[in-house]
Design a protein around this ligand. Structure first.
Ligand SMILES: *Cc1c(COP(=O)(O)O)cnc(C)c1O
Length: 386
């Protein structure tokens, strides 16, 4: 096997991360959570995207777990979400005893098929969790209408969707502003990173106080730190969901480069798309797809091969050239965990199809034009030789 010289991901470092960490340690004398850098990050996200209250977390997984507690999910409550997603989307609700109801992907793209949601709604349904796959919006006008009609909570797993928008009846609106809660990830494979990291957005102000308590181990310590109460107490369940200032300092350096990061990532996405729309048009391969109600935030570039062996052969072909391409998401309705619950087996055609046929190409800020051309040529060569 050739050495990997074009990896799937390389973390982007703006240059100021270590300076800000040093500032947290030596100037602010504050390394624990909810300090100056945490507040700067909250303010940045609230002002830049029009989010409600923001709370940094140690991961998007943690933010999802907070959302499940805030949603007051009880054992037996049902939560609707796509099958083609990361484990944490479902696990956060399974931890509270929820029964997860899985929705298929669309035919045209791996995102959740909003037309298949309503058939799953019943008296036990508590929430709809949408996932903006690849940072591309789910049809939010339709989903919001359903949530309103059936009085369900709406939660957005926007892990991949920072700086992405929905173009709807009411104009352009940032993803993460629609649900009562939205969650973001700053894992090193995402657009903005802090190693591991995440954020919960609380758009419904009624939940703001409780969210802060859950965030601080079930206590009102945040209010105590602001001088609003004399002591802090155990008020509710919670956990240690807040990250240290070291992580917030790292993340804040990234936020200052958001514009530059996004410009570069979108140009990488466009270069892949322009090349493959032409070269693969007669090859039975599907290029990435952006519905007319969504924008592209340059999170990932995927292709959909015509079958599993072709996809696996393409990964091997690229690997032999030092290029690391990956697949992901084994659809959750087929997972060993769900199988172990002895539920009625479910067949979701498109979610299963994307598990078998989707491939993600190298995608990172530092990917040079020459490297990207090598990736494009290697994919084209595979399909010319076929
Ligand atoms: C990355 C990702 C997560 C998990 O994020 P972490 O920060 O690693 O916990 C959850 N959902 C989706 C859709 C993701 O892409």
């Amino acid at each position: 096997m050739a050495v990997v010289d074009i990896p799937f991901n390389k973390p982007f470092i703006s240059g100021l991360e270590l300076d800000y960490i040093k500032e947290a340690v030596e100037v602010n004398l504050n390394t624990a959570g909810n300090g100056i850098f945490t507040k700067k990050c909250h303010q940045f996200f609230e002002e830049t995207f029009g989010f409600g209250k923001c709370l940094l977390t140690t991961s998007c997984t943690d933010a999802l777990e907070m959302a499940a507690i805030l949603a007051d999910i009880q054992p037996g409550d049902e939560v609707i979400m796509p099958a083609y997603t990361f484990v944490s989307t479902a696990n956060a609700f399974a931890l509270r005893g929820a029964v997860i109801q899985f929705v298929d992907s669309c035919q045209e793209h791996p995102g959740m098929d909003e037309k298949r949601i309503e058939e799953l709604i019943n008296s036990r349904t508590k929430a709809i969790v949408v996932v903006h796959y690849a940072g591309i919006a789910v049809h939010m006008d339709k989903v919001c209408e359903l949530a309103k009609k059936h009085k369900l909570l709406l939660i957005e797993d926007a892990a991949q969707a920072i700086d992405s928008y929905y173009l709807g009846e009411n104009g352009k609106k940032a993803l993460g502003t629609f649900g009562q809660f939205a969650t973001f990830s700053f894992h090193e494979t995402k657009n903005l990173i802090s190693g591991e990291g995440g954020m919960l957005v609380i758009n419904d102000r009624n939940y703001g106080h409780r969210a802060e308590v859950i965030w601080e181990k079930g206590t009102n310590r945040a209010a105590f730190q602001r001088g609003e109460v004399h002591k802090y107490h155990w008020l509710d369940v919670g956990s240690s969901f807040l990250p240290s200032e070291l992580i917030a300092a790292f993340l804040f350096a990234q936020t200052e480069h958001l514009h530059e990061i996004q410009k570069k990532r979108i140009s990488i996405w466009e270069k892949y798309q322009n090349a493959f729309v032409k070269s693969l048009q007669n090859k039975n391969v599907k290029c990435s797809f952006i519905p007319n109600y969504a924008t592209c935030n340059g999170h990932m570039y995927y292709l959909v091969c015509s079958n599993k062996s072709e996809r696996d052969d393409l990964i091997t072909h690229l690997a032999s050239d030092g290029i690391q391409a990956v697949f992901h998401y084994q659809a959750l309705h087929k997972s060993p965990y769900i199988n172990g619950l002895n539920r009625e087996a479910q067949h979701l055609q498109y979610a299963e199809l994307y598990s078998d046929t989707l491939i993600r190409l190298p995608f990172y800020f530092g990917l040079s034009e020459a490297e990207q051309e090598r990736v494009i040529n290697a994919v084209n060569l595979f399909y010319t030789e076929k």
